[in-house]
Design a protein around this ligand. Sequence first.
Ligand SMILES: NC(=O)c1ccc[n+]([C@@H]2O[C@H](COP(=O)([O-])OP(=O)(O)OC[C@H]3O[C@@H](n4cnc5c(N)ncnc54)[C@H](OP(=O)(O)O)[C@@H]3O)[C@@H](O)[C@H]2O)c1
Length: 316
Amino acid sequence: MMTKQQPVGSGFGPRSTADDVLAGIDLSGTNALVTGGYSGLGLETARALARAGAHVVVPARRPALARDALRGVPGAEVHALDLADLESVRAFAERFLETGRPLHLLINGAGVMACPETRVGPGWEAHFAINHLGHFALVQRLRPAFAPGARVVAVASSGHFLSDIRWDDPHFRTGYDRWLAYAQSKTANALFAVHLDRLGADGGPRAFAVHPGSILTPLQRHVPRAEWLAHGWVTPDGAPADGFKTPRQGAATAVWAATSPLLAGHGGAYCQDCDVAGPAVTDDMLVGGVKPWAVDPEAAARLWELSSDLTGLDAF
Ligand SMILES: NC(=O)c1ccc[n+]([C@@H]2O[C@H](COP(=O)([O-])OP(=O)(O)OC[C@H]3O[C@@H](n4cnc5c(N)ncnc54)[C@H](OP(=O)(O)O)[C@@H]3O)[C@@H](O)[C@H]2O)c1
C-alpha cells in the first residue's frame, strides 16, 4: 500500500537547507530532542531548530564531545545516552520524564553505518540494535512526554534499497555483511515510522521517515578512504561527488518533516528532498523514492511486535 507516498508540493528541494525550510516558523516554547545531535546532520538539525527558537536536548554517547560541538547553540542541553544499551535508554528517558517537560519534536538521527561485525546487549547485531531497537526503546520510554501534535522523525536512508528485514535472521547469526546490516536497519527505521504513526494517529505522536540525501560526515568512518572513490562519493581530488549535499542541506528533510505545516494531519510517510517521496521507480539510490518493503503496514506491525518482544517494551 503506497497511498501515503504522494509528494505534497512543498516548494523545497534537494538544495534547500534546514534554515530555508524553517523560514517564518517560530519554534519558541517547543522542546526538541535530537539523537546524534552533535555530529553531521544531527548537529545541523540541532543548530537550525535552536535558531528557530526551540529548546534542544541532545542525548549523547559521548557527552563531553557533544558539549563541545554544541557550544554556541543557545540553551542546548546534553545528557548521556548510549542507544546500544537499553539500561542507558531507560535512565535517559527517566531523567527527561522527571523534568515534566512536554516533548514536541523527536528526531531519531543517531546512527552507525557499515561497521565491522559488532554485537551489543544480548548479542544483537549493532546496526539493528543501535539504529532501530535503541530508538524503538527510546520512543517507548518517552511515551508519557509526547505533547499533543508531537512529531517523531526517523532518519532512514535510501540504503533501505538493499535489504528488507531479514525476518529469519535479523541479527545476522550467519552471513554478516556490513552493507546489508546497515540497509536492514534503515528499512527498520522506515517501517518504525509507519507503525508508530498508525498507533499515534489518534492523539499520539505522528511519525515520518526521511532519507536525508548523500552527505560526507563522520558516518563514513568505518569505510576505508580507498573505497570512497569506488563508491562514487568523492572525485579523484577528494571533493564530494556531484549530487552530494552539504550537512545543512542534509538536515533539511528531517527538519521539514518535523515542522512543516503542510504535514498537519499527515503521517507514516517516507520523505526525501524536503517533500514526501514517491515510490522508487529505479534501483538507483541517488534517484531515491521508497521501496515497497519499507512502507508496508503489515511488515511495520510485524517489526513492531518483534521489537517489542526483543526489548520487553510495549507502552503504546
Ligand atoms: N551522511 C549520509 O550520507 C547519510 C545518508 C543517509 C542516511 N543517513 C543517516 O543520517 C543519520 C545521521 O548520520 P550522519 O551522517 O550525521 O552521521 P554522524 O555524523 O556519524 O552522526 C551520527 C551520530 O550518531 C551517534 N551515535 C552513534 N552510535 C550511537 C549510540 N550507540 N548511542 C548514541 N548515539 C550514537 C554518533 O555519536 P558518536 O560520534 O559518539 O558515535 C553521532 O553523533 C544516520 O541515521 C544515518 O544513517 C546519513
